[in-house]
Design a protein around this ligand. Structure first.
Ligand SMILES: Nc1ncnc2c1ncn2[C@@H]1O[C@H](COP(=O)(O)OP(=O)(O)O)[C@@H](O)[C@H]1O
Ligand SMILES: O=P(O)(O)OC[C@H](O)CO
Length: 719
């Protein structure tokens, strides 16, 4: 490696450690083709086996449709069309290099995760546009689901599937499709409905579609649906019932690396095997060679996703991260898990500044240059919570803000603040990861198109205080899946050449400096929370008066009689016919037990504050803004000793304990405040099969009936 010191750029001193790229040795090798369906683009990339730099590639942009604010759709047919065209164009380039299509021995597929497609099994026709991962139309679907869950706790099923209930994940999109699209309900009734993430749609079409196409997915994609049990690696019956998704409509879950089948679609790819599937962020983890527990990578694209390999251990995050399957390298080997911090908007903020505010013309060419015109953001902070905040906050009610503007602020400051927002969000994730894993990360591997921005990389190192190692190429996802597909096809050995990093960015700031800036970032985040109330999202999505097939919150007041469809909290759950694989008796007791714990027995612990009839939005805003400066010790009024403390725990607690604003049937806002005054009692011993439910209970408010039920089930003496 040679070391380069690059002169001052603003006040950023950049330090690179450059390693050399792998050298091609001239020998002809088997080829591995990769289909990469991203949010914005489709690519077809071809690798020579065991070589980490791509041989040829071809890319096409996709059409993103936004029929309403917050909605984001894609055309499933366009995805298949682009895959074929990209493959043809990439294969054309092979000829000039002395290869032919027949040298491609196998295919891998990597894809945007969570994006959901529904189609007709017999005609192959999509029944609706694909609902993209970042679409937030399911806001009210989330609320309807939460209304069925004790304390409206979005993390209630995290023990089972690793995820919070959020519009991000596929189950919500499937539920929305069933609730809102007649054709889908009809197809479901006629047993013609198939659901899938994009990998499933692609494989089904490539392997014959209506003529015997394989309806499969891999564990990494399945773990993003909110329907997969992380332990059994299969669809979880309780979750399927909760969301009202029948297992017959879901694909079979397979490993990430095995020969699934052969292309049979009459295209140029006909006859080639398919042997690898990975969600694009998990694929980047493999591509970056973060295959040991304790290694992590961050991919900066439209969104930003930090994955930390935890080996075969499922680490449950208590700090807002999600647990996901990283990969499973064969049907008979154990799955490897990861903790993930998902950031919804990273590069997307640059696109927003270009397209919506017209602050620049070309993101790739202009961002770094413009941001480097100023030494700092001038205390401007930009929280790009366009569709809420994902990890670690999981607040769908957050919205974007730019704060700290003065008459001195220019577009240079704002663009720089957008870059810093990506870095601060990454620090949010690292803080949570360090707490969950108990050991701070010592370096961060990065990739993704945004990493070509040197200023961003330097700011990232400065704001997290550890070295940032940039991968040799921006795209590690296609390399990762080429590796697992090549492995299953026997052409890519485990010890073969993997990607190496090419540049290292070292931190140049002090701890105090970065902590002070981070405190300001947290304050900005605080101000973005609670902006989008349910009322707004209802108006935005035009669903205000829509009747869903979900039970409404009112039905919580009906005492559940297990087995009775009408009074059951899990009304629509019981609507779904029992799968023939279920043991009916076991199943019924399972559901019954869940009902016991999910019904109003728990919900009554939501504080029943007397409703102020005259409550207005302004009162709520006042609440949000009150005492925040003091909470951070940054106010004018507090004694100096308070000001020096920055207690991250308490800040997180404040965020966690923020009130949520909901609206009653007359559209009056109600502030739902979490219980704060009394000590919660924690017990975890209620075992309900796959669901291991635990609940925070306020003993003072515990009614006698609950105590008897609890004592009966848990065989203990709660008095
Ligand atoms: N030099 C750059 N500086 C900052 N942002 C960039 C730069 N180059 C690309 N981006 C941003 O990175 C994202 C590109 O990611 P890409 O991989 O094409 O998208 P996707 O995540 O949709 O697959 C875009 O949102 C773009 O705004
Ligand atoms: O295509 P990307 O890079 O935007 O990836 C999106 C993620 O997979 C969403 O979870």
């Amino acid at each position: 490696s040679d070391v380069k010191h690059i002169g001052d750029n603003g006040n950023q001193r950049k330090i690179f450690l450059r390693t050399t790229m792998p050298v091609r040795d001239g020998a002809k090798r088997p080829l591995v083709g990769v289909i990469d369906d991203g949010t914005k683009t489709v690519r077809f990339v071809i690798y020579e086996a065991e070589r980490s730099d791509e041989l040829v590639s071809y890319q096409m942009d996709k059409t993103e449709v936004q029929p309403q604010e917050g909605w984001s759709e894609q055309d499933p047919l366009e995805i298949m069309h682009h895959i074929k065209l990209c493959a043809e164009n990439a294969i054309d380039q092979l000829v000039e290099l002395g290869y032919t299509k027949d040298d491609i021995v196998t295919l891998g597929i990597t894809n945007q995760r969570e994006t959901t497609i529904a189609w007709d099994k017999y005609t192959g026709e999509p029944l609706h546009a694909a609902i993209a991962w970042n679409d937030i139309r399911t806001d009210s679907t989330v609320d309807a689901i939460l209304a069925k869950i004790p304390d409206r706790n979005k993390n209630y099923f995290k023990n089972i599937c690793g995820l919070p209930i959020s519009p991000y994940f596929s189950a919500l999109k499937m539920r929305w499709l069933k609730d809102n699209v007649k054709a889908i309900r009809r197809a479901s009734r006629d047993k013609r409905l198939l659901f899938g993430t994009v990998d499933t749609w692609i494989v089904w079409n490539l392997t014959g579609g209506p003529q015997g196409g394989l309806h499969i997915t891999d564990v990494s994609n399945a773990s993003r649906t909110l329907l997969m049990n992380l332990e059994t690696l299969n669809w979880d019956p309780i979750l399927c019932r909760l969301f009202g998704i029948h297992r017959d409509t879901l694909p079979q879950i397979r490993s990430s690396s095995e020969i699934y089948g052969t292309v049979k679609d009459g295209s140029l790819l006909d006859g080639i095997r398919i042997s690898g599937i990975l969600g694009n962020q998990q694929a980047a983890l493999v591509g970056q060679n973060c295959m040991q527990a304790g290694q992590a990578k961050n991919t900066y694209r439209s969104g930003c996703f930090l994955l930390y390999n935890t080996g075969t251990r499922r680490v449950k995050s208590t700090h807002g991260l999600i647990t996901t399957v990283a990969y499973k390298l064969g049907p008979d080997v154990p799955a490897v898990y990861a903790l993930e911090g998902s950031i919804a908007v990273a590069g997307g903020a640059m696109k927003f500044l270009r397209d919506n505010l017209r602050l620049m013309q070309d993101v790739a060419a202009d961002t770094e240059h413009i941001a480097a015109q100023v030494f700092s953001t001038g205390d401007v902070y930009f929280v790009p919570a366009f569709s809420g905040l994902y990890a670690p906050y999981w607040r769908k009610d957050a919205r974007g803000i730019i704060c700290g503007l003065t008459a001195f602020t220019t577009k240079n400051h704002i663009i720089r603040a957008a870059l810093e927002a990506v870095c601060f969000q990454t620090r949010d994730i690292l803080e949570a990861m360090n707490k969950d894993c108990g050991m701070p990360l010592s370096k961060l591997h990065v990739d993704g198109r945004m990493t070509s921005n040197d200023l961003l990389m330097q700011l990232q190192a400065d704001l997290i205080g550890i070295p940032v190692l940039r991968a040799q190429a921006w795209d590690m996802s296609t390399l990762g899946v080429a590796l697992v597909a090549g492995g299953a096809a026997g052409v890519w050995g485990a010890e073969a050449a993997r990607a190496t990093h090419s540049d290292t960015f070292l931190p140049t700031t002090t701890d105090d400096d970065r902590d002070a800036r981070y405190t300001k970032w947290k304050m900005a985040v605080q101000r973005s929370l609670g902006w989008a109330t349910n009322k707004k999202s209802f108006t935005m999505t035009g669903q205000a008066k829509r009747k869903t097939s979900m039970v409404t919150q009112q039905s919580l007041d009906v005492p559940p009689t297990p087995g009775s469809r009408k009074s059951s909290l899990f009304d629509n759950l019981l609507d779904v016919k029992l799968d023939k694989n279920y043991d009916e008796e076991e199943y019924n007791s399972y559901v019954e037990e869940l009902l016991q714990y999910s019904a109003r027995k728990f919900s009554i612990f939501v504080p029943s504050k007397p409703r102020k009839k005259e409550h207005t939005i302004l009162d709520d805003a006042e609440y949000f803004m009150s005492k925040k400066e003091c909470d951070y010790g940054m106010c004018e009024c507090c004694p100096p000793e308070k000001k020096i403390q920055t207690n991250w725990e308490s800040i997180e607690e404040i965020i966690e304990n923020d009130p949520e604003i909901i609206f009653d049937s007359d559209d009056n806002p109600i502030v739902v405040e979490p219980v704060r005054n009394s000590e919660p009692v924690f017990f975890t011993s209620i075992s309900t099969g796959a669901a291991n439910l635990s609940k925070k209970i306020n003993l003072d408010k515990l009614p006698g009936v609950f105590k008897s039920i609890y004592n009966k089930i848990s065989n203990s003496q709660l008095t």
